[in-house]
Design a protein around this ligand. Structure first.
Ligand SMILES: Nc1ncnc2c1ncn2[C@@H]1O[C@H](COP(=O)(O)OP(=O)(O)OP(=O)(O)O)[C@@H](O)[C@H]1O
Ligand SMILES: [Mg+2]
Length: 200
């Protein structure tokens, strides 16, 4: 599995389109166990990102691309999730600066740094029914043999059954069991697109 700057750029453009398709679904979930803005937040952020990326030549540096993505998402997504998604890409940039492509340990190290960055920024850990419950197993799967698509499916299914103990959703207590976490779903949308370019 290899990630090039060009492939990541394509995955992000695909994500922007997929977020539009699932915008209402994301917002409906956040209406059930949050404040009903997650689809709106993600759509605003990824449409801004799409505009930003479409105006640029194809990137040749994963670090440069990741930095721009991180900054754009931090500026435009908002809510609790904006800084967290932004952190993912800022951390990618810190590991992949000056690289046109990464694979193996370098690919894993970027994701590991991102997951730890989200946990530190969100003061959260896995098992609390957040986006981390998708990012963490995906990251570990980069070193394993299981298809990434399957890993994402299973992570989503497991996260759905958890009780939220972090963020706004935690106010809903037991009512969160059986409802998908909106940030886990939006993360799966992004990670599926990344998995696709990694496999392709
Ligand atoms: N501390 C955290 N650690 C990891 N993920 C978190 C944390 N807090 C929220 N999330 C993720 O963010 C998602 C909610 O994002 P959203 O954009 O709706 O922000 P929000 O909770 O409405 O923020 P705010 O309360 O600031 O308006 C959750 O579904 C969860 O996956
Ligand atoms: Mg919300």
């Amino acid at each position: 599995m290899k990630l090039t700057a060009e492939a990541l750029q394509q995955a992000l453009l695909n994500t922007a389109d997929q977020i539009e398709q699932q915008k209402d679904e994301l917002t409906d979930l956040d209406r059930e166990i949050g404040d009903g803005d997650h689809g709106i937040n993600m759509s605003r952020g990824f449409q801004a990102l799409k505009k930003e990326l479409q105006g640029k030549d194809p990137f040749e540096d994963l670090g440069e691309l990741s930095k721009l993505v991180g900054m754009t998402l931090i500026k435009t997504v908002g809510g609790a999730s904006g800084p967290l998604f932004g952190t993912v890409f800022v951390k990618f940039a810190s590991k992949w600066n000056g690289k046109e492509a990464v694979e193996g340990d370098q690919l894993y190290d970027g994701f590991r740094e991102a997951v730890e960055g989200v946990a530190a920024r969100g003061k959260s850990q896995t098992g609390q029914k957040t986006m981390l419950d998708v990012w963490e197993p995906f990251t570990e799967a980069l070193m394993g043999a299981e298809p990434l698509e399957t890993v994402i499916e299973n992570a989503l299914a497991d996260t759905k059954e958890l009780k939220a103990t972090k963020g706004r959703a935690s106010y809903f207590g037991d009512a969160t069991k059986g409802v998908q976490d909106p940030g886990a779903l939006s993360s799966s949308i992004l990670l599926r697109q990344i998995a696709e370019v990694l496999n392709g």
